[in-house]
Design a protein around this ligand. Structure first.
Ligand code: PGA
Length: 245
């Protein structure tokens, strides 16, 4: 595992964009696995800037997102499809038909989940997967549990995830309680994985990834099974980890 300590959020975002740009430079029709949440917003801003400067061409790029809330229409302003359009796709020369986010308002959501794995397979696999991490170690919506799923599936959000995500909704009650998410096995199939984390509330979860132990209580610890993971953390996290040891 490669661990990079960035001075701050801006530096973390630039390093993440460098890693993504490198993949696109090598393969102009790369499959990017994308994430939502606050963490990758700076990375997307950096990618938009590089597109505007003529450094990155997204015309042949395909993207596949990790997850989506169940019950939110793609046009809902808190859906992850809406987030991706607003934060990235509307500002670059990507063909939206080549961007995939699960449809959380699909009539048959189990079928939607099954089809999603087929889409990934048909695309030929993910070249680089961007990940954030929850305070509880979740990646995508794979929450701590007795067992973790391999493929894309329907899941319930952990209470602390509902609370953390309520900052984007008017009230706790408005936060969807279920989601469709790629499974851990699907994430581990990506050729490269880039996990970004900033802020000391993520330190405990990150410690797990560096522990040499795997536990379903911290789903991100599974990343230790992958041979090409880059962890980009900020100084706040590294200081917190060092101070605790
Ligand atoms: P955040 O969420 O980027 O908004 O902190 C990360 C996550 O829950 O995976």
């Amino acid at each position: 595992m490669r661990i990079i300590v960035a001075d701050n959020y801006e530096a973390m975002s630039k390093i993440a964009a460098d890693n993504i740009q490198e993949v696109i430079t090598e393969k102009n029709d790369a499959i990017l696995g994308l994430a939502t949440g606050s963490t990758p917003i700076g990375t997307y801003e950096e990618l938009i800037k590089r597109y505007e400067e003529g450094k990155i061409d997204f015309s042949k790029i395909r993207t596949i997102n990790l997850d989506e809330y169940i019950g939110l229409h793609p046009n809902h302003n808190q859906s992850y499809r809406y987030f991706m359009n607003e934060k990235l796709f509307n500002h670059i020369n990507i063909n939206k038909e080549n961007t995939y986010v699960p449809n959380g308002s699909a009539e048959n959501i189990d079928e939607e989940a099954k089809n999603y794995d087929k889409i990934i397979e048909n695309l030929g696999g993910i070249d680089i997967q961007i990940l954030g991490i929850g305070n509880n170690g979740h990646i995508a919506f794979n929450e701590p549990d007795k067992a973790l799923n391999v493929g894309t599936h329907v899941t319930s959000l952990a209470q602390n995830t509902i609370e953390a995500n309520s900052r984007f909704f008017e009230s706790l009650d408005d936060v969807p309680k279920k989601a469709v998410t790629m499974g851990i096995g699907q994430i581990l199939k990506a050729k490269k994985i880039l996990l970004l984390a900033n802020g000391k509330n993520k330190a405990e979860a990150i410690k797990g990834i560096l522990s040499g132990k795997i536990t379903t209580d911290n789903p991100a610890t599974m990343l230790q099974l992958h041979s090409d993971v880059t962890l980009i953390i900020d100084k706040e996290i590294s200081d917190e980890i060092i101070n605790c040891n």
